[in-house]
Design a binder for this molecule. Structure first.
Ligand code: MF3
Ligand code: CO
Ligand code: CO
Length: 275
């Protein structure tokens, strides 16, 4: 059984009930989402051979504070950085460090900014220098998978419809969907109910209602779907060391469909970003 609650009156913790936000929530998420998206736009020029992921992290930290926001990952469950930077076979939750980016790397940068209490959560892939065709194709497939997931969002559809749209496309492209991580309710909380699985069957799961806000963030591998978490407790990698990619949007269910809060204001939706 699933229960839906009014976000305006519900306690600010994840009780398993699904929050429904009103116009104020949507406006807050529009502002937070656009700020996260602008951060991902403005760091694009940094993602090149020789930059360290710590430099990117510093940019995200400064950008947040300069714009009245706090990076949600900072001190989140013991995580101490302002973003996640996941390179090549890293699936997600890569920790920024002092190693320079190398020619041919593909990197996901995942930013969540809290603005006036609202969490805007988004990630994109970036290509470093000359990237192999197979890697480029994986990035393209992953972006298309995210957008097909978003296109499945409307009142009366189910979370399973989103997962099925993603899984069917990804597997037809001979790639695999990671099962160990999922999208999540978001808004006044960073990680809330429901879970948004990136695989499944149409009609399964939770029915979507206007006012729901959640992320869709498929992780797609060139090889097998299995992952393991490294000794640092965060970095998730593919077990077969195949390449992995991810894109993430924060979306809201409207009366007629879906509002994507984290669309790039500069039109930098997927690589090549041409700058
Ligand atoms: N931004 C990630 C997400 O999409 C969560 C990162 S949590 C961290 O949900 F602690 F690893 F940063
Ligand atoms: Co997320
Ligand atoms: Co994220």
């Amino acid at each position: 059984m699933v229960t839906y609650i009014d976000a305006a009156t519900a306690p600010p913790r994840n009780t398993g009930a699904i929050r429904l936000y009103g116009p104020d929530g949507f406006e807050g998420m529009r502002r937070a989402g656009q700020l996260a998206a602008r951060c991902l736009d403005e760091l694009t020029h940094l993602v090149r051979v020789g930059t360290t992921t710590l430099e990117i992290d510093d940019f995200v930290y400064r950008f947040g504070l300069d714009n009245g926001a706090i990076p949600a990952t900072l001190n989140y469950r013991g995580y101490t950085k302002s973003c996640c930077t996941s390179i090549n076979h890293v699936v997600c939750h890569g920790i920024p460090n002092d190693k320079p980016l190398r020619d041919g790397d593909i990197v996901n940068i995942d930013v969540t900014l809290i603005l006036d209490g609202w969490h805007g959560d988004s990630s994109r892939m970036y290509l470093v220098g000359n990237v192999k065709r197979a890697a480029e194709r994986l990035v393209e497939v992953t972006w298309e998978a995210l957008m097909r997931g978003c296109a499945a969002v409307k009142p009366g559809a189910s979370t399973g419809d989103i997962g099925a749209a993603i899984q069917d496309f990804v597997e037809a492209e001979r790639c695999s969907v990671v099962r160990d991580f999922c999208g999540h309710g978001v808004g006044l909380l960073f990680h809330d109910s429901p879970n948004i699985l990136h695989y499944g069957r149409p009609g399964e799961g939770v029915t979507l209602k206007p006012g729901m806000i959640f992320t869709i963030e498929p992780m797609v591998n060139l090889g097998r779907p299995h992952v393991k978490v490294l000794g640092d407790g965060w970095t998730a990698v593919t077990r077969d060391r195949s390449l992995s990619a991810q894109f993430e949007h924060t979306v809201g269910v409207t009366q007629t469909g879906c509002e994507i809060f984290t669309l790039s204001p500069a039109g930098l939706h997927k690589p090549p970003y041409g700058i």
